[in-house]
Design a protein. Structure first.
Length: 572
């Protein structure tokens, strides 16, 4: 049964809202924003480089003293990003949502006005450390109460790290209906470019309200065989076409594809962001190699590849060198491969209904005819999208963090087994060590901690790290044959090892291990990470975004710890 507000609400908007991303009007980004340059010189970050400054030390990052302010209104609406009329939840009527842009060291302030008809909301700023501002992490039930309808909440936090990230609704699974957008923090880089083409938002896409998708997740397993929701389409910068014969919903043909402009001989920066509900994504440009310069918010030594793999929440900045034919047009491709419920050898890593297992965007050089679609062919063999080998990030030693950090033995080691199954009432939930997270919208655990609580109900899954300075976490995934994006709030993770089966104790690049804020754990595989506990707060850790959880924090969400880092919580 649709809930009443879905029938009552809804300004009708035609095509993809008011975002310019992926259109010919999309502006190229400057190398940095106007503003203070505290160190003098050309850049707001002075002579800091990716390798000479510890970004995890607030005393070392640029003190620009400037605040970038944003004012958003969140509403229910209806849009048709791929031509199919879909219930949406958006900020400022835009999908993809408004871009936040700042320089390294700036403060960011966002007032969020909740004008949803009948739903709370909150916004998470993915990848930000929130040092000293843990209450602005945006996770309802953990760091705040939901913002009630008709009220507003102002987030204020510092751009301690630089690069490309995204913001998204973190109240239940609202972001699946469009409540997400890109964030660009200008800073130094390990390789330079000529033209910054800005964010490339990549996602799977569902033509249903998020609550209906969640219902399907819970109840499918109770009433019969597990048949979770299948993605209907894929979008690049919020755009794709859809074959209208495949849906009984209101549908307009040829809704339109995203376009990008290349210039001959120039180096183009693309800021890739996977904002999917569930999909492991494969990104390529026909006939081109890409130079990868970041993994999430971590600058890495540049490396070349012909395809980038991104789990949900992961980002990569890539530089693509333009060719010399000014009339060329080529396809940019997003693929997720076949749906992940088939037989081994023909099955993929993600779930889709088979109608659209990929999306394309058009890249035109300066003299190319925009009315003619590219004719290029993919250089990526479809075997590279298959389970199980494709359902993993690239090898850990491929990306070496530019700012070197070695690790020492941890003070605490935790071991978790990840699984999924039906709970006592038959609902499908994810488990860590056979426990699942349940939050209370009226009682966020950070608030409890600030007023002095040391004890939490078991189902809050709070692991108090006391005064420990570091923790190693060993995870095993068992049972369901799927990979899971594991994400830590408030910290970057040292990724020590990942693979199939059991960990043999070996650490990859021990003197400077891979570092990022999301890492895929393979189907039936292991993942070993380590955190420096230098950031007091209540941090949501290691939830599965896959399938049922979909980043939801209600009774299906799955949370390892909201670890209280050592030290004293900052006072509100
Ligand atoms: Cu996050």
């Amino acid at each position: 049964m649709p809930s009443p507000y879905r029938l009552l609400c809804g300004l009708i908007h035609a095509f993809p809202g008011e975002s310019k991303l992926g259109t010919d009007d999309s502006a190229e980004l400057n190398r940095f924003l106007d503003g203070p340059k505290p160190g003098g010189g050309v850049y707001p970050w002075g002579d800091r480089s990716t390798s000479n400054t510890n970004p995890y030390n607030p005393g070392e990052i640029p003190n620009t003293g400037i605040t970038r302010q944003y004012d958003w209104t969140v509403t229910n609406t209806t849009m048709s990003p791929d031509g199919v009329k879909t219930p949406m939840i958006v900020a400022n009527n835009q999908f993809p949502g408004p871009m936040i842009e700042a320089n390294w060291g700036d403060w960011i302030e966002v007032t969020v006005r909740n004008e949803l008809e009948n739903d709370g909301t909150s916004i998470h700023w993915h990848g930000f450390l929130q040092t000293g501002t843990p209450w602005y992490d945006g996770v309802s039930t953990v760091t705040q109460c939901p913002i009630a309808p008709g009220t507003s909440f102002t987030y204020r936090f510092r751009a301690e790290l630089f690069g490309t990230t995204w913001w998204h609704g973190h109240h239940s699974s609202q972001y699946l209906n469009g409540l997400s957008g890109p964030m660009v923090i200008h800073g130094p880089a390990t390789s330079e470019w000529d033209i910054d083409l800005g964010p490339v938002m990549l996602t799977d896409w569902f033509h249903a309200h998020y609550e209906d998708l969640l219902d399907q997740v819970y109840h499918s397993s109770r009433d019969g065989p597990i048949l979770p929701p299948m993605a209907n389409n894929m979008l690049i910068n919020g755009k794709a076409n859809y074959p209208c014969s495949k849906t009984d919903k209101e549908c307009t043909k040829n809704a339109g594809l995203s376009t990008f402009k290349f210039k001959t001989g120039k180096k183009h920066l693309l800021r890739l962001i996977n904002h999917s509900a569930e999909a492991v994504l494969f990104f390529s440009i026909d006939g081109y190699n890409m130079t990868v310069i970041t993994h999430d918010f971590v600058a890495v030594e540049p490396y070349r590849t012909d395809m980038v793999t991104l789990g949900v929440g992961q980002r990569a900045e890539v530089i693509v060198k333009g060719g010399d034919d000014a009339t060329e047009a080529v396809w940019m491709r997003l693929e997720e491969g076949p749906s992940g419920l088939g037989d081994e050898g023909t099955t993929g890593c993600s779930l889709n209904d088979g109608v659209a297992t990929g999306a394309r965007a058009m890249i035109f050089y300066e003299d190319a005819d925009h009315s003619v679609k590219p004719k290029s062919k993919s250089h990526v063999d479809a075997s590279r999208f298959l389970y199980p080998s494709a359902c993993a990030n690239d090898a850990l030693d491929i990306a070496v963090p530019s700012y070197k950090m070695n690790i020492s033995d941890p003070e605490v080691t935790l071991d978790f087994t990840l699984s999924g199954g039906n709970n006592a009432t038959g609902e499908f939930v994810w488990y860590m060590n056979n426990e699942t997270f349940m939050g209370d919208f009226n009682d966020p655990v950070l608030l409890d901690a600030v007023v002095g609580a040391n004890e939490f109900p078991d189902e809050r899954r709070v692991f108090n790290m006391g005064n420990a300075k570091s923790v190693r976490i060993i995870m095993h995934s068992v049972g369901l044959p799927a990979s899971h994006p594991m994400h830590a709030h408030g910290h970057n993770m040292h990724v020590l090892a990942e693979g199939n089966g059991e960990w043999d104790g070996e650490i990859v690049n021990e003197s400077n291990p891979a570092r990022r804020d999301v890492q895929l754990i393979r189907p039936n595989g292991y993942l070993v990470i380590q955190l420096e506990l230098d950031n007091p707060g209540m941090w949501r850790k290691f939830y599965l975004i896959l399938l049922s959880s979909r980043n939801s924090i209600t009774d299906i969400s799955f949370q390892l710890s909201t670890a209280t880092s050592h030290g004293t919580l900052p006072k509100a």
